[in-house]
Write a protein that binds this ligand. Structure first.
Ligand code: BGC
Length: 474
């Protein structure tokens, strides 16, 4: 039997059918608002990527990936038969870099590219005198104005570098390459969700949605360019009919992590409120703070501390790990959710939380399981509301290839390592879309979405450059 205190906590975590539906209705409204005008919480950013690949694409590209746990530099070889090869190197981004001057961060990124080229080497041979072109997966909200430019709207996920917001990210990076005399130039900028959508489509066939459930969360989808009303009719016509990246369709980066920043429908518990208040971006990324890997450990920590302080857990004894802000991460939630036996849970409690074995009673095991389950289930159910909202939003104008089945490519540590995540997403999708609706949806891992997606975008940018060179020569 769980103590009474649990009953007070549960309502903000166990989402009933009507609560889920209410959230999806709000979600659709915010997605629509973002398409209609700029400055909305859910930014709905046009990516200027006009379609998804068919798997035949070939070429070797350098790619950079910033926005997850590490900085990655990779070289991706697209083999053209839905397959690719990749060599990569990870570089740590310290908290000082995340929160210091942006130029210092970008110099570090440029140096990492240089180190990759020196230590690992590249097979790309640019034309004589031409720089090496690079695709940049930059996983933050950026208002794109073209495939190779866009201004940073805000930082998320623990980044807060100074003098970057409002600046063109591609320019900041290219300036750093110039400062360092590195003969590399960024030619394509892409969000990781857009990359995931492209990568999933390249490997598996046309997908409708690319979603990240990792350190942060976000989704991109493909829809008619004409739905992005805020671009204005003239611009939409130009994009549909001519221009370098013309097309009837466009990939749209939703930035759904900022859904319900106004807290109109999300189930904000005292644990969520505390997490938000003490974060470096209070009142921002409300949805992300309930769904993504950066925060699930911290919500759990807040719940466990509340139980300890109420003298119902671990005999009322805490530990340094439990007392420390972000003292443990989502891998604890994954360990408990994946535990086959109570002994496995006890191991996670003693190894990760550093609680002495003598303070762990069978009832504590039950309480810890209860707490991680609440947090993990709610994250998956909310993730489903985002997917359902996009599916409903695109209902009327989906491409022929998305009519029978709707494919969702996913990537990120929560999707990959949190046991039961997809199963729970499906449970909620069934509630929201009905059994037939849920069955139409396929969900698959889009491995290395960021690297492959950046390479595929760099390929599109290269083709566009070649086209405009040819046109100029005529
Ligand atoms: C960012 C998105 C990104 C997502 C997943 C969020 O915090 O705002 O741009 O796609 O994290 O990495």
């Amino acid at each position: 039997m769980l103590p009474d205190i649990c009953k007070d906590i549960e309502p903000n975590f166990l989402l009933c059918d009507s609560a889920l539906e209410h959230i999806v209705t709000h979600f659709r409204r915010e997605l629509q608002a973002g398409l209609e005008q700029r400055g909305e919480d859910v930014a709905m950013i046009p990516s200027f990527v006009p379609g998804v690949p068919d798997g035949s694409e070939q070429g070797t590209f350098l790619a950079l990936d910033l926005g997850g746990t590490n900085l990655r530099v990779c070289e991706v070889r697209l083999l053209g038969n839905h397959k690719f090869e990749m060599k990569q190197q990870k570089y740590k981004v310290s908290d000082e870099l995340k929160e210091g001057e942006a130029t210092v961060l970008l110099d570090y990124i440029a140096d990492s590219v240089d180190a990759f080229l020196t230590e690992i080497g590249s097979d790309v041979a640019p034309e004589k005198g031409e720089p090496l072109l690079l695709g940049f997966t930059f996983s933050f909200p950026v208002e794109q104005t073209a495939i190779d430019s866009g201004t940073l709207l805000t930082w998320t996920k623990g980044f807060n570098a100074k003098n970057a917001i409002g600046n063109d990210v591609v320019k900041l990076l290219n300036d750093a390459f110039e400062r360092k005399h590195i003969h590399v130039r960024c030619s394509a900028l892409v969000n990781d969700t857009v990359g995931t959508l492209l990568s999933r489509s390249y490997q598996h066939g046309p997908a409708l949605i690319g979603a990240i459930f990792g350190t942060g969360t976000n989704g991109a989808y493909i829809d008619k360019t004409s739905t992005i009303k805020k671009l204005g009719e003239k611009h939409i016509c130009e994009l549909e009919e001519c221009g370098e990246h013309a097309g009837e369709y466009m990939v749209i980066n939703t930035e759904w992590g900022a859904f319900d920043n106004k807290r109109q429908c999300l189930p904000v518990s005292i644990f969520d409120a505390k997490l938000d208040r003490m974060s470096i971006n209070p009142r921002k990324q409300a949805f992300e703070k309930m769904v993504s890997g950066m925060y699930l450990g911290e919500i759990t920590r807040n719940i466990l501390l509340h139980l300890i302080d109420s003298n119902v857990l671990f005999g009322g004894y805490s530990t340094d790990v439990l007392n420390e802000h972000y003292g443990f991460d989502t891998s604890f939630v994954s360990a408990v959710e994946g535990a086959k036996t109570d002994e496995d849970v006890i191991t996670a409690i003693t190894d990760i939380l550093k609680v002495k074995r003598k303070y762990v009673e069978p009832r504590d095991v039950e309480l810890v399981r209860w707490a991680t389950k609440l947090v993990a289930h709610r994250a998956a159910f909310l993730a489903a509301t985002a997917i359902a909202a996009v599916v409903q939003l695109t209902e009327k104008h989906r491409r022929a290839e998305d009519k029978e089945t709707i494919d969702v490519g996913v990537d990120g540590s929560v999707a990959q390592y949190l046991p039961g995540f997809e199963t729970n997403v499906r449970v909620a999708l069934r509630k929201l879309l009905g059994e037939a609706g849920e069955k139409r949806i396929t969900i698959g891992l889009a491995k290395d979405g960021s690297g492959v997606g950046a390479a595929l975008t760099a390929l599109q940018a290269k083709k566009a450059i070649e086209r405009s060179k040819k046109a100029a020569a005529k």
